[in-house]
Design a protein around this ligand. Structure first.
Ligand code: FAD
Length: 308
């Protein structure tokens, strides 16, 4: 298939497209489906609206793999400001960061220092800090970072990817810190010797890991968060949680802004704890390519916004 997952994930790596496509107004219009706007205030307004229908929000500023310390400091300062907004406006909002946004590629210690500061600020703001999982080159360092944060601050969660063969063992190793884990399928192009190339295998792995996490939740050793729009899979997970007597709240369901919105609300109305991750910021090209890769039919939005 010419416009399959691999095609968009390859485009995501192009510096040329990154610099140019973000200036094309019809693509900017198409991104509206997945983000309320580039400004943090747009995300804050969307959060307030979601809160009225009982959903929480996770804020994430787009941008990854920054190249100097000043950029990492600016990202840290931005999120400190965001936590102030969450507290001042009493928003049900969390923040999710990418370690490479906080300088993981430049200086691991600096990245740890900034992440710890943000976790501290999250706690003081009645909020919560999430750490995203990026491509497989970062997994070891991200796990080490999470353990460091968790050792001083329990209010921190980590994304883990079901498509990686290593994830069941990584999760077993994390259980000693009573982790908060957002289980996702995985959004990057990974080689077949480290990740399932077939979606059906990833889906199976997701359910098996979800089951392990729910059993740990039953004993109070894990707070599982299911970050997926796979409604059938979510249904099976909810059924399993019921069998195990793990109530909503002892696990949560998180989805992305603009995807399966009616399902998000239905799950909320059914008594599930649902949070919506809202992305904002100008550096949306790589992130947007990953959304197209997840569902190539989304190219239709780009084409329609080109026409008008
Ligand atoms: C809250 C949250 C946080 C995430 N954090 C990370 C992270 O830290 N690291 C990481 O690698 N990945 C992350 N992801 C992305 C994740 O890895 C998947 O790439 C993404 O969620 C698509 O897979 P899926 O679970 O929705 O299942 P799929 O089986 O891919 O999709 C299920 C159904 O959802 C719909 N759907 C899925 N994606 C889209 C889309 N883009 N547009 C429209 N419909 C769609 C389709 O109808 C599809 O049939 C996150 C996802 C969520 C929801």
């Amino acid at each position: 298939m010419p416009f399959g997952r691999g095609f968009f994930l390859a485009l995501a790596k192009s510096p040329y497209l990154n610099n140019h496509v973000t200036k094309w107004s019809f693509v900017r219009r198409a991104t509206k489906k997945f983000m309320p706007g580039e400004a943090p205030e747009d995300a804050i307004d969307a959060c307030a609206q979601l809160a009225r229908s009982g959903r929480g929000t996770i804020f994430t500023k787009l941008g990854e793999a920054i190249t100097n310390r000043d950029e990492a400091t600016a990202v840290r300062d931005h999120y400190l400001w965001m936590f102030d907004q969450i507290k001042a406006r009493n928003l049900p909002g969390h923040v999710s960061v990418k370690p490479t946004q906080l300088g993981l590629d430049i200086d691991e210690q600096l990245c740890a220092q900034y992440t710890l500061q943000l976790a501290d600020k999250a706690k003081g703001s009645g909020s919560f800090l999430w750490i995203d999982m990026e491509d497989s080159a970062y997994v070891d360092r991200t796990l080490a970072l999470y353990k460091k944060v968790k050792s001083v601050n329990p209010d921190a969660g980590l994304a883990m990817q079901a498509y990686l063969f290593r994830t069941p063992k990584d999760i077993a190793d994390l259980m000693s810190v009573k982790p908060v884990i957002r289980l996702v399928k995985g959004a990057y192009a990974e080689p077949p010797h480290i990740a399932y190339p077939r979606k059906a295998d990833t889906d199976r792995a997701y359910y098996d890991i979800a089951n392990t996490m729910l059993m740990a939740a039953k004993d109070g050793n894990c707070l599982p968060i299911f970050g997926t729009h796979d409604v059938a899979l979510v249904g099976r997970i909810i059924a399993r949680a019921k069998e195990l007597n793990v109530a909503p709240g002892k696990y949560e369901i998180h989805m992305l802004y603009g995807i399966k919105d009616a399902e998000q609300q239905r799950l909320r109305n059914d008594g599930q704890v649902v949070k919506t991750l809202i992305s904002y910021g100008a550096a949306w090209f790589k992130w947007y390519m990953r959304r197209l890769a997840e569902r190539p039919a989304n190219v239709g939005f780009v084409l329609r916004s080109m026409i008008g």
